[in-house]
Every structure is written in C-alpha cells, then in structure tokens.
Design a protein around this ligand. Structure first.
Ligand SMILES: N[C@@H](CCC(=O)N[C@@H](CS)C(=O)NCC(=O)O)C(=O)O
Length: 233
C-alpha cells in the first residue's frame, strides 16, 4: 500500500500543506489504496527536506510533481486523460503558476502577517517542550522569511503581494467561469491544484486581507466548498 507522508489535518484543513493536500486528493481519485502517515517529524526524514513524499513498495518518491508522474507511469492513472493537448498545456502552466506564485502569497499571510502568526505559532509548535517551544518557532519563522526573500516574494510590500494574489485569483476565476470543473465537466489536475490552494486560504479561521480578497470571487469560494464537501466531508 502507498504511504503518504504528511503534516496531518490542522487549521481546519485536511492538510496545511497545499502540496500534501494535492496528493491526498489525487490518491483518493486514483482509487489506489493508501495510508496517510502524519507528523512534522517526517520533515526530517523527507529525502528532500519537504513534504509530501510517498513510499510505494521499494520506491520513495518526493515532490507532488513526481508523485503525480509516478501514479501515471506505475498505475496508468492519468487524471487529465479527458483533456485536449491545449487544455493539458494550460493546466501545466496554471498549476505551476499557482504553486510558484499564489502559494508564496499564502506563505506570507501565514508566517509574516502578525495576527495569523499568533495562530500558527501555538498550532504548529505548541506541543514542543520548553525551551524548544521558545527557540524552534523563531528559527522556523526566520527560515521561512529567508526562503521568501530567496524566492523574491519576501522583497515585496504586503500591498504588492496582494496584487500578485489578486492577479492569480482573477485568472483562476476567469478560467473556471460558471463551470463546476475547469475542463470538460470532470475533475482534472488543475481542479486538484486549485482546490489545494484555495482550501489553505478559505478553510482555516484566520482572517486576513488575502481571505477578504478571495471571498470576492464567489465562483472560487463555491468551487472550494464543493470539492471539499465531495471529498472531505
Ligand atoms: N515542490 C514541492 C513543494 C513542497 C513544499 O514546499 N512543501 C512544504 C510544505 S507546503 C514543506 O515541506 N516545507 C518545509 C520546509 O521547507 O522546511 C511539491 O510540489 O511537493
């Protein structure tokens, strides 16, 4: 059975990582039996220092991109089999855009935005014994801020980060329109990637300008609720 190494349900989301959530949903839809193994300790064991990774028999596959490819190559599970070549190309570019741009806007509002950090800190690190509970959250936040600077998002003001998020959400909303799914009336990878990101913004009870902005796109809110109810209620 495939083992999915994850953080575990938290913040009212099936997983607080959009990449883990993406693979969790993909595995569900693939009908492959799988077991979710949760805990931040798996971050230390992760071959690339990031979650998710999966163990499938003798194979360990890291990164949601390669896990999706593994499901295709090993089990013939192609969630995009009903898409045209052009739709597949749009999906590839749109998923990458959400994961490389919108994701970092979410990271900013979790790790930098003070009122949300006040929630994240006890939620992610509250179980640690003293003095680790004083040291580790500070180091983790410093590490995230460094990663954000390295990516580039951390060099922008909050107003600029919101402009980037708005551009992403507007594009997602325009592409979805009034449809239930992005392409051809059936779940595809772009639905999975979009849900995985939107869930991180909309499901936790952590008010922010990013949540207010996202709530302006009623089709995205309804889409997120619909997918969530279908797979995680
Ligand atoms: N490209 C990777 C991204 C995975 C990723 O960034 N995971 C984050 C959680 S959302 C992580 O494990 N971060 C821990 C760290 O950077 O220390 C994928 O698609 O799986």
């Amino acid at each position: 059975m495939i083992k999915l190494y994850s953080f575990g349900a938290n913040l009212n989301v099936p997983d607080p990582s959009p990449f883990v959530l993406k693979i969790n949903l993909l595995l569900q839809v693939s009908n492959q039996p799988f077991e979710v193994i949760s805990g931040t300790q798996y971050l230390q064991k992760a071959p690339k220092g990031k979650l998710p990774y999966i163990e499938d028999g003798k194979h360990i596959i890291t990164d949601s991109f390669f896990i999706e490819k593994h499901l295709k190559d090993t089990y013939g599970f192609d969630i995009d089999s009903h898409l045209s070549t052009e739709q597949k190309a749009i999906s590839e570019l749109a998923c990458a855009s959400l994961e490389e741009r919108l994701y970092w806007c979410i990271v900013h509002f979790r790790w930098v935005f003070e009122s949300n950090w006040a929630v994240i800190k006890p939620t992610f690190f509250g179980d640690m014994p003293f003095p680790l509970n004083r040291i580790i959250p500070k180091l983790a936040r410093k590490g995230m801020i460094k990663a954000m600077k390295g990516h580039g998002i951390g060099r922008h003001s909050e107003a600029e980060i919101l402009q980037i998020a708005a551009s992403q959400l507007q594009a997602m909303s325009n592409l979805l329109g009034n449809k239930d799914y992005f392409f051809n009336g059936k779940l595809s990878l772009l639905d999975v990637c979009s849900y995985s990101m939107l869930a991180q913004i909309l499901l936790p009870n952590m008010p922010s300008p990013l949540v207010d902005l996202t709530n302006q796109y009623s089709n995205l809110v309804a889409f997120c609720e619909r997918i969530h109810t279908q797979y995680y209620s």
